[in-house]
Design a binder for this molecule. Sequence first.
Ligand SMILES: *Cc1c(COP(=O)(O)O)cnc(C)c1O
Length: 228
Amino acid sequence: MIAENIHIIRERMQNACTRSGRNISEVTLIGVSKTVGVPEVVLAHEAGLLQFGENKAQELRDKSRNLPTDITWHFIGTLQSNKAKYVAEAAHWVHSVDSLKLAQALQEQAERKNRALNVLFEVKTSAETTKHGLTELADVFETLDYCMNASHLHVRGLMTMAPFVDDMNIVRKSFRQLKELQMDLHHKGYPVTELSMGMTGDFEIAIEEGATMIRVGTAIFGERNYNL
Ligand SMILES: *Cc1c(COP(=O)(O)O)cnc(C)c1O
């Protein structure tokens, strides 16, 4: 079931790449394993998936200890500075840097654990008030410049979550906005090559708009059960 789901997603990724003249090797599939048990993650790993994403700091730390060491772990959730230590211990990538304070906490903890973290800046591309992310360009630059000079953080790119709406034109607009910001930062010399955008409901649109990392949970593991 999980192996078949991954196979189908890769076909859909390929089709989206073909439609937009891209090579599928430019797009990394991250399996979002939040709330999913270790045995299911093992099945996905056996099916060839090597990148997984979690949105809770302790859950990421605990799972990474119980799963193969060739897995690349992505932290994709809202992170409080006091939990940066768990993420610094276990994650290879952090997609959700949304404040200077968090960036400083990650640098401090990564240095303490002698690890380097690849960081993406979460940018708010829709007006929904519940969404986290940097909104003011001034804040983006302040956090970005801090990370550029931080010894244990590597600036890699940007992340966004599209609004939860049925109108796919609105979703596409949000992805396009992130791409435009990337090009703007790229012209200013920042190494923002990665664009983390697209989930189960919108990853094909995200690929068409330039995503280099897609974060897919439900389409791989099925509906999540938060009451376990
Ligand atoms: C849960 C989650 C996903 C995956 O969502 P699906 O719709 O299940 O694919 C992607 N990104 C973030 C930040 C998430 O929290």
